[in-house]
Design a protein around this ligand. Sequence first.
Ligand code: SF4
Length: 416
Amino acid sequence: MTGVFSLLPEGWPGLLAAPGDSPSCPAAGGHAPPAAPGRLLELIAAAGLRGRGGAGFPAAVKLRAVRDAPGRPVVVANGEEGEPGSVKDRWLLRHRPHVVLDGLRLAAAVTGAARGYVHLSDAAAERAVRRALAEHPADLDVEVVRTEHTYVAGEETAVVRRIDGGPALPTAKPPRPFESGVGGAPTLVANVETLARIALIHARPDEAADIAGTHLVTLSGAAGAALVEAPAGTHLKVLADLCGHGRAQAVLLGGLFGGLHGAGWRDLPLDHDGLSAAGGALGCGALHFLHPEDCPVAVATEAVTYLAAQSARQCGVCVSGTGALARTLAAVARGEAGDDAAAQLRRWSRQLPGRGACGLLDAAARIVATLLARFPDRVDAHRVDAHRVDAHPAAACRACAVPVPHDGRRFTVRVP
Ligand code: SF4
């Protein structure tokens, strides 16, 4: 890990550069009681705060849906980040647990919940949260629920299932948790960064739009890794330069969810709409930069192989789909695929999205689609040429000559 950086202007309310986390953390308002929950909800809506777990859904819409559903709501701080390239949620729970708990109390006040949960897998984060809970006002009944650390354990229906005592696996939707969640109650499953930003908005309402537009991002790649807080719209080249990725040839966006981006990646803006317009996704804010010597085919193969290994194996289409994508891509990388492999991969990458119970299959399909669309020459360079007798094509690509690991180690970042 290269470090932790704040790119926020002096005095701008942030989470990394907060003066510290304490029972009366000044950054978050020091447990100030939520006197006017309706007003706070309006502020969150006007500021345009979007969820930071991956989907980027408007936070106010989710809060309102839970508040208005029949039954006594439940609120959950979701700190289980399954994306291997993301560390922001564990960092927040370890270093800013009071701010997250303040956000959870505020969400409870807005929705009318009397019960809350903190859902996590990280042992250090659990210790920090339990210490903070002992110092926190007891006006909300909060339980800590430990889960396993897998790609799908943080998906909202998997969170509900785990809290209810089941396995941390997604379920089919509908119903969504806001309709029927923990114990059948309407449930808000909110990412811990989302909750921390709600706490900041409550503490500094005049700066709500700036707070809602600020992102925690995890950067990784061969040159190093960093946790950064930056305003929306920051160009990716600014982020890349922070930790030596200025020469990167491409970036994998959104953890593993936003696909590969080659030429032009430097001018992409750090925000949901800008990245969506470019055919990507911000997801949980994890960016993996590809060094000039990385092979995009090798990177895509490792990512899809990891996703196939992480499939919860509940949906037939996911088991067969991610498996087929991974096997075919690995054959391409090794130079063992036939002429029709690229066409087959292209067909699957169009047919598979939206067919699993969670986003894992979509992530795998998007990586394949963007590899084929943006790096056709690199894919073609691995193609078996039946008329070629002089050399094995993949021998020219050293990155693809090594066996593909299943554990996503290339993307894994240590929590700073
Ligand atoms: S899409 Fe895959 S990972 Fe997601 S629930 Fe279905 S089988 Fe599990």
